[in-house]
Design a protein around this ligand. Structure first.
Ligand code: HEC
Ligand code: HEC
Ligand code: HEC
Ligand code: HEC
Length: 234
């Protein structure tokens, strides 16, 4: 009995350890997506202003913006800009005419128009930061919108110069591999199918916004263009 218990205990320990290594892949704390004062970037909250949470800049447990189907518990307003898509202007015609929620979620900060420091449900009990109010970021005063500054991280509203998003993945087009193709060492995906959102390529196909290890939040390090040839047989 005692031996059996011991075996059971070590089996439980092994299961716990292996599930840890399978899931403990991302650590947003040490990234530019930690927008609290402890983040590694320069665009972040001023210290000590009831704004020191991490997830809250993107997600809320309550009162989320339900217009974002597919961007879970989204805590930001829907962008108001008009987007120009890649597919409707150059090359293919299969792209959607506006970004879908999983990409719109990223663009709700990266469009250069939406306030990064604005939330639907701000941290705290509701008394300190009113809903929709901008929290104090860097040297900007509380209440001032902080938009993505010009530079490569400002994707903008014109997506013609970006890899297509909100486009259906059709094997064979642009030498795309079968969706059943196995991926090795990608964060959060075992096959190409896992990268797709409603059968489409979105920002989250290539990026995991919580992923710290591969740089620029990529799902796989792009050494030897491993990311690109994950989907394209080139
Ligand atoms: C900078 C924005 C941002 C921050 C900050 C953020 N997330 Fe996310 N999260 C996203 C987006 C965007 C998605 C959808 C991604 C996709 O399509 O793959 C997502 C998806 C998720 C999902 C569902 C998919 C999955 O990966 O399992 C969970 C759970 C989640 N986030 C939890 C968290 C938690 C917990 C925190 C804080 C520690 C956090 N997120 C911080 C943007 C963010
Ligand atoms: C709440 C606002 C917010 C959301 C939502 C958001 N980001 Fe960011 N992201 C930032 C900020 C701020 C930076 C830092 C920009 C800078 O320093 O120029 C950043 C930086 C990045 C970078 C560059 C990282 C580096 O190491 O240089 C990538 C890549 C990125 N974001 C991708 C995404 C993707 C993909 C999504 C959606 C899945 C997303 N972001 C959603 C705010 C956001
Ligand atoms: C097909 C894959 C793919 C898709 C889809 C994609 N990205 Fe990227 N993204 C990359 C790669 C690869 C890099 C790294 C480029 C580099 O190192 O210069 C990158 C870099 C970035 C950067 C950092 C700035 C830069 O150019 O280095 C930001 C910000 C970013 N992506 C945001 C987004 C957003 C927002 C979306 C959706 C609208 C998106 N990405 C869709 C592959 C992709
Ligand atoms: C998640 C799968 C995926 C990944 C990863 C990916 N792509 Fe794509 N790529 C697509 C899809 C889907 C299309 C749209 C094909 C179509 O229907 O025209 C596309 C289109 C393209 C096109 C445009 C073809 C045209 O006809 O205009 C180029 C170029 C391209 N990808 C290059 C890249 C590069 C470079 C990388 C790595 C940075 C990359 N892709 C990573 C899925 C992917």
């Amino acid at each position: 009995m005692a031996i059996l218990k011991k075996i059971m205990r070590s089996v439980a320990a092994i299961v716990a350890l292996s599930s840890m290594s399978a899931y403990a892949t991302s650590n947003i704390t040490n990234t530019k997506h930690n927008l609290s004062a402890t983040g590694t970037g320069t665009i972040k909250a001023a210290a000590g202003d009831n704004n020191d949470e991490i997830c809250v800049y993107c997600h809320t447990p309550h009162a989320a913006n339900t217009a974002f189907v597919g961007a879970p518990l989204w805590n930001k307003a829907t962008p108001t800009g008009t987007f120009t898509m890649y597919g409707t202007t150059i090359g293919g015609t299969t792209g959607d005419t506006t970004p879908n929620s999983p990409s719109m979620a990223c663009l709700s900060c990266h469009d250069g128009v939406s306030a990064i420091n604005s939330m639907v449900n701000a941290p705290g009990s509701g008394g300190y930061n009113a809903a929709g109010a901008n929290v104090k970021f860097g040297a900007t005063a509380a209440g001032t919108a902080y938009t993505m500054p010009a530079g490569v991280t400002q994707i903008g509203v014109d997506l013609r110069n970006d890899h297509p998003v909100s486009i259906t993945y059709t094997a064979g087009r642009a030498s795309l591999k079968a969706t059943t193709t196995t991926l090795t060492s990608w964060a959060g995906a075992a096959t190409i199918a896992d990268l797709l959102r409603n059968s489409k390529v979105e920002c989250g196909s290539c990026h995991d916004p919580h992923e710290a290890t591969n740089g620029t939040f990529l799902r796989v390090a792009n050494t030897g263009s491993a990311l690109c040839i994950g989907c394209h047989a080139k």
